[in-house]
Design a protein around this ligand. Structure first.
Ligand SMILES: [Zn+2]
Length: 465
């Protein structure tokens, strides 16, 4: 591009990839849709930290606000003359999160309309001498379980298909919900998505009219709507409904046709990570020298990459109890808080859930370590946790740590229902032979990162019923 474009990164909280309306990518001359983009983490704080730093959650480890986020070198690659403004709509992203570091303004708005209004005020102020980099975050899709969603439902369904169903604090467990209520929950979510895109249209219209903004639209994670198999809400799991996120680029006409075509081709043929989004935007803005991060401009990504996503704070169990290590117990009952505290006393370290995606296959490893001086006697406690894990994993014990593995063929089984390791007692061999890439690394008993095959070779394999 000849001139310096403005940059607009739009993050729609908890927006599933399959919920995006077709209208978003309709203008093929401007819009490019990624076939597969994977978020670095399945919930807001670590995932947004990855979006803004270009580093994987495994590296930055920003799962608690009290863990400081390392200095954002990627933001440092943006020329000084850019005015950097963050407009966020989820309290976990407020200035206390550290995400606003390096921005001239970083403001949390509790109101749903305010971020869009603020963006519409800002966009006309961009000049070629003082270009803008704006992060616009909306929590509307995320908030489908709150009372604030009811008016969006009335707007979306004037013909009245039945009342909305607001889950409230039951969002984590969906406890005591019947079939009709569950269907209404999904409709309520869709109404929130519709509202989001109605508001977003005005913002996209404003940047398209100026034709000097490089815009990306994405989400920090998805949302689960399958209570029957324990996949609800977000965090504590790394299934595709949570880590597969939408990614659209909207480009000004000054981007060279060749570059546009190259980007479109890459995004159509290669899965990308959410850590790649900001490096790609910077590349489109003409920045050729970027700091080393896990994410890269997508057209410069090496082939055969393994895309890693991680949670290191939450863990969903079969009965839809979501454990929260060192959490604040939002949306939990007194009983659930007591259960959480007992489990935290059992475990010596936060759970580690990691997914590895390569060549259309996905490996999920869940690792739990018992506390050295915990109340739980080792073996029965490991057995009890192994039996309560989601997804019918194949389990190995290594000292006081368990490793639960699931392996899926995403092309044949996009819903991740059939663990390809579960039918055999020699599953580590099956995995080693099938996994197309270098051995994945996982935390070992002493806390260091070790290759999974070495750990499995030293482990006791157990059958979980
Ligand atoms: Zn979120």
């Amino acid at each position: 591009m000849r001139s310096t474009p403005n940059l607009l990164l739009i993050v729609l909280d908890a927006l599933r990839e399959d919920a995006v309306p077709a209208s978003l990518g309709a203008d093929r001359r401007r819009s490019i849709r990624a076939r597969t983009c994977l978020a670095s983490a399945p919930w807001t704080l670590p995932s947004c930290s990855s979006l803004l730093t270009g580093n994987a959650a495994t590296r930055h480890g920003h799962y608690w606000i009290t863990n400081p986020l390392p200095t954002n070198a990627l933001l440092g690659a943006l020329p000084e003359r850019y005015r950097r403004v963050g407009i966020v709509n989820n309290p976990v992203l407020s200035a206390r999160s550290g995400l606003g570091e390096g921005f001239h303004q970083w403001k949390f708005h509790a109101d749903h309309l305010a971020p869009f209004e603020r963006a519409l005020e800002l966009i006309p102020t961009a000049t070629s001498r003082k270009p803008l980099f704006v992060v616009l975050h909306s929590n509307i899709p995320h908030d489908y379980y709150l009372d604030v969603a009811a008016p969006y439902y009335e707007e979306a369904y004037p013909e009245d298909p039945g009342p909305p169903f607001v889950l409230g604090e039951r969002v984590i467990t969906w406890r005591d919900t019947d079939t009709a209520e569950r269907e209404a929950v999904t409709r309520t979510y869709r109404a929130c998505v519709q509202k989001t895109f109605a508001l977003l249209d005005a913002v996209l219209g404003a940047v398209r009219e100026r034709d000097d903004f490089v815009t990306a639209v994405t989400a920090d994670h998805g949302e689960g709507f399958e209570p029957e198999i324990g996949r609800v809400h977000h965090a504590g799991r790394v299934h595709q409904d949570l880590i597969r996120v939408p990614l659209f680029f909207d480009l000004p006409s000054a981007v060279a046709r060749r570059r546009h075509a190259e980007l479109a081709d890459t995004l159509d043929t290669h899965p990308v990570s959410s850590t790649d989004i900001l490096p790609t935007m910077l590349m489109l803005a003409g920045q050729t020298s970027l700091p080393e991060t896990d994410g890269v401009p997508v057209t410069a990504a090496p082939s055969g990459r393994v895309l890693v996503s991680e949670d290191r704070r939450y863990l969903y169990l079969k009965d839809r109890f979501r454990f929260n290590f060192h959490g604040r117990f939002k949306n939990m009952t007194d009983d659930e808080i007591a259960r959480n505290q007992a489990m935290q006393a059992d475990l010596g370290a936060p759970p580690v859930l990691r997914s590895f995606v390569a060549d259309g296959h996905k490996l999920i490893v869940t690792s739990l370590a018992l506390a050295a001086n915990g109340h739980a006697p080792g073996r029965p406690a490991l057995d009890s946790y192994a039996a309560r894990l989601l997804g019918g994993p194949s389990v190995a014990y290594h000292g006081d740590r368990l490793y639960a593995c699931e392996y899926y063929d995403l092309a044949r089984d996009p819903g991740e229902h059939e663990n390809l390791l579960s039918s055999t007692t020699t599953w580590p061999d099956v995995l080693r032979a099938a996994w197309p890439s270098a051995p994945p690394t996982v935390p070992a008993t002493d806390g260091t990162e070790t290759d999974l095959y070495t750990i499995l070779a030293e482990s006791e394999l157990v059958a979980v019923s």
